[in-house]
Design a protein. Structure first.
Length: 277
């Protein structure tokens, strides 16, 4: 199935980053790792098993013309998966893939500022540092005004540019500034924005933001979302670039790239910017 997807990408003139999204035992305890709850990755033989899977991906797909990069593991989360374990895994993964003809992507493991990675992997080459920039998973972000979201996005470009020995990209980002999207926080969980997530406090209503299309939003919300998207584009492109999450959803305003393009909220052509930082 992956091979068919890569063939489609090649035919469309696209380049692909293959991202190992779930490690054995879960590397972050999020349901997007395949299991929600405790973190077991880094224990027993889980790291070696992950390296063997990456070698299989390398052997099967690195030579495909559409493949530009292989990401070693999505969002490993210290301290349960220790930072030392993650760095050792990155070193070994790079060693296995360095001659594969594709770039090796490594997630920032939620370490900020990003410049803390400057001393890591000295002498290694073809490395992408992948940071995922979302402004919606904390009360501080959710309380921001549209102008504050734009300012924070523009400022993040400076953090990315401070990385000196690696290409730095935002490998996940979106147009949403709330966590209202259905199942975003996990199946059966609510949203921090409307206070339905355990331990959160009400900020605003999720009406019209949980599912559906950006077409249903008021014009001022669509305009604010476009401003925020353009600020992120400018920030990320001031470093090594970006990968949007995601192309197609079951219906999630701000997350569905095809829907954003169709409704004029994501710039087309890509350089048709209306709101510079």
């Amino acid at each position: 199935m992956l091979g068919q997807a890569l063939d489609w990408a090649q035919a469309a003139g696209l380049k692909v980053m293959i991202d190992l999204h779930g490690g054995p035992g879960s590397q972050n305890g999020y349901d997007n790792s395949g299991r929600r709850g405790c973190i077991g990755w880094g224990q027993g033989g889980t790291v070696q098993q992950t390296l063997e899977v990456l070698n299989k991906i390398r052997d099967d797909h690195a030579g495909h013309p559409a493949v530009a990069s292989i990401e070693l593991l999505n969002e490993p989360l210290p301290p349960m998966a220790s930072l030392d374990t993650i760095k050792s895994f990155y070193n070994n993964g790079w060693g296995n893939l360095k001659d594969s003809g594709v770039a090796v992507a490594e997630h920032d493991a939620f370490q900020k500022p990003l410049s803390t990675w400057n001393g890591f992997a000295q002498g290694q080459y073809n490395i992408i540092l992948d940071t995922h920039h979302y402004q919606l998973f904390t009360g501080e972000y959710l309380a921001m005004s549209p102008e504050e979201h734009v300012w924070a996005a523009c400022s993040f470009g400076g953090d990315m540019r401070a990385v000196t020995n690696k290409w730095t990209i935002s490998g996940e980002w979106c147009g949403a500034t709330t966590d209202c999207t259905r199942y975003l926080n996990g199946y059966g969980r609510g949203a921090r924005f409307d206070g339905s997530f355990e331990g959160s406090s009400y900020v605003g209503s999720c009406a019209g933001l949980s599912s559906g299309s950006v077409a249903q939003l008021p014009e001022h919300q669509k305009q604010d979302m476009r401003r925020y998207i353009e600020a992120q584009l400018q920030a990320f492109e001031s470093a090594a670039g970006w990968v949007f999450w995601t192309w197609k959803t079951e219906g999630a305003p701000g997350w569905d790239l095809g829907d954003l393009i169709a409704n004029g909220v994501f710039p087309q052509p890509i350089d048709a910017r209306e709101y510079p930082c």
